[in-house]
Design a protein around this ligand. Sequence first.
Ligand code: C2E
Ligand code: CA
Ligand code: CA
Length: 419
Amino acid sequence: MPTRPAPAALMTTPRHLLDELIAEGLSQTDQDKKTAVIYLELRHLHPGHYRERLLELMLTRLHSVVRTGDYLFQLDSHSALLLLNQLSGVSHAMLAAHRAQQVLMDAPTDEQRLYPQIGIALAPDHGSDGETLIDAAKIAAHQFAHEHIGIYDPDRDWLGQQLARLEAPLREALQQNKFHLAFQPKIELASQQVTGLEVLLRWENELLGSISPYEIISVAEHLGLMDRLSQWVIQTALRNFAQLRQHGYTGSLGINLAPNNLRDPHLAGFISNALAVWGVPAEKVIFEITESAVIEEFDMALRQLEHIKDMGCQLALDDFGTGYSSLSYLKRLPIDELKIDRSFIMHLTEQEDDRAIVESIIELAHRLRLQVTAEGVEQAAEKALLEQYHCDVIQGFFYSKPLILSDMITYLQQQRAAR
Ligand code: C2E
Ligand code: CA
Ligand code: CA
């Protein structure tokens, strides 16, 4: 039920009632004033009883920021909505959102601290009916990083556009195994041999053409399909790896994991099972993770990674240098390899700063006894510089684009013949 500063009932507000109230608010708002819809979602979802209790806590605390003329609603089991009328501008909505964030995060114990994702939509700017405004505020909440309050920006509603385009085809592709994998070689500079391969997801849709893994993954994560998709990747990658080994390949195989995967309690078990099924040695399999995947829930991610390490697999930190607190994580994560992000390699020949960064990363990694791979090497001049800095391994179009399995088998045969 909607509440003017009255006790919040733990009951979802019917959508039509919300729409009516928003419409009423809009009709009563002066020409030069705005109405704001602030969407607040609890991030860490806990099952059943506990979640209800957190939501109750959220609503109780939010009451302190509700003023006469404002409304507070419960939207569903993990979100609430603030409706503010007669605002003089966006800064007022921002202020209210900050106050809401503060009362939710302010608590004597860690357990009572709530971390909401918050999004704002304004009328008339972003819509003039309840449904449009609530959707826009939701999108804004999901568009930005945590602890950040988002204001709806239609140009940034990339995910909304992608979901509309890809949801049905993606579900179908998962059901009918319509994805495939590509393999990109990693070349060890000292021996000039292919010592590793990275496996990359590919999807060609009859109508939509080829869809990038970034698009696939963001949509799959949003739809809660990432675990299934990754299971398919791991299963297929290890099966193909066994085939490559039958053709004489003795190097390693890198498999990417998405941030969501580290939250899947079945991940380690699944990997161990797949390794046994395909009879590939665990120590030849490298799981690639990004810093952002571990930052959010570090302890849990660390436990997962330790499970994977205990099985004998290796770990690589991907896209290194693009995250936040790279150095402190380097020390605490059980990783074997560091992959320098392509963004540092791209300008290596023309930018002094990037050369200094890359050289220092390589030196630091070696001191920590990590192997270093440079990603996205396209030119001989980049390769020469990396050689000079004692980089261990190089991956990039300079050697080869990602290839489908049969082409990779041929590529490896040619490499061996040339030796
Ligand atoms: P990534 O893990 O950093 O993978 C390397 C990306 O760089 C690949 O893009 C590869 O095709 C591209 N690349 C390699 N060498 C060069 C080069 O010399 N120049 C340029 N311009 N690009 C190069 P791709 O295949 O589009 O994948 C993009 C990202 O999607 C990957 O980045 C990875 O984060 C993610 N991804 C791909 N496959 C999977 C998967 O199976 N699971 C998960 N979770 N993520 C995946
Ligand atoms: Ca990777
Ligand atoms: Ca990468």
